[in-house]
Ligand binder design. Structure first.
Ligand SMILES: N[C@@H](CCC(=O)N[C@@H](CS)C(=O)NCC(=O)O)C(=O)O
Length: 234
């Protein structure tokens, strides 16, 4: 019996390769962080599509792995001590994968904390705030007559872009020369803001030349190109 058999989520999404990391996801800005990291690190994994159309994220099987009902989530059959490890929250998963592979996070302690700092900046700021812009510009909130909530989140998104712009001045990536999980967390969200959400004009994106430069470099990476389309939508 595979070490994954005790996880109820494997009943709904049976592993074909139980020796590989099991990824439960959808190519959204949070989902692709993990598929991009897995591609960058060349770790063996098996993607499973969690369909929002089917409300899969609210199924008992999915909730058994992530009670918060959100993608992405993973199970690594070969976690710490050789035992399976289940994880949700994209930031925690990125740290875990980078540590497992020994890449994408600096080895020196100060550099590591700097990476975690910018990762938290994305998790606590960019992700939630850009997500609200999406709601008020692209989804149900776009029809609200009162534009004050939209304007509040657009203003906050611009402020955060300004912080990122300052950080990227004179740097190739968020940490400098070293590409890291901080970039993998951040740039799918920037791409979504100006692409899928279509909020580029509202946030005056051309003003953030360094952010645009690094976004362009990010999306050209072969692992990013692949990861942006994993798991394939059905
Ligand atoms: N903080 C979480 C956020 C995850 C999240 O919001 N995922 C969205 C997709 S980008 C989701 O699963 N939404 C489905 C829902 O809310 O029903 C993380 O970074 O993993």
């Amino acid at each position: 019996m595979s070490s994954l058999a005790g996880y109820p989520i494997t009943k709904k999404w049976p592993p074909r390769h139980p020796d590989r990391i099991q990824l439960y996801s959808l190519p959204t800005p949070n989902g692709v962080k993990v598929s991009i990291a897995l591609e960058e690190l060349a770790l063996a994994y098996e993607p499973h599509l969690v369909s929002f159309e089917e409300n899969d994220q609210r199924s008992p099987e999915f909730l058994s792995l992530n009670p918060n009902g959100k993608i992405p989530a993973i199970i690594d059959p070969d976690g710490p001590g050789g035992r399976p490890l289940a994880l949700f929250e994209s930031g925690a998963i990125l740290v875990y994968l980078a540590d497992k592979a020994g890449r994408l996070v600096p080895r020196d302690p100060a550099g590591r904390y700097e990476a975690l700092q910018w990762l938290m900046f994305q998790m606590g700021g960019i992700g939630p705030m850009f997500g609200q812009v999406g709601f008020f510009v692209k989804f149900a909130g776009k029809d609200f007559e009162d534009k004050r909530p939209r304007d509040r989140y657009v203003a906050e998104a611009k402020r955060l872009l300004g912080v990122l712009e300052g950080r990227l001045a004179g740097r190739a990536w968020i940490l400098g020369d070293e590409y890291s999980i901080a970039d993998i967390a951040t740039f799918p969200w920037v791409r979504n803001l100006v692409g899928f959400y279509g909020a580029g004009d509202l946030v005056e994106f051309p003003k953030y030349a360094n952010v645009k430069r690094v976004l362009d470099a990010f999306v050209k990476r072969p692992a990013v190109e692949r990861g942006l389309d994993i798991p394939k939508r059905g």
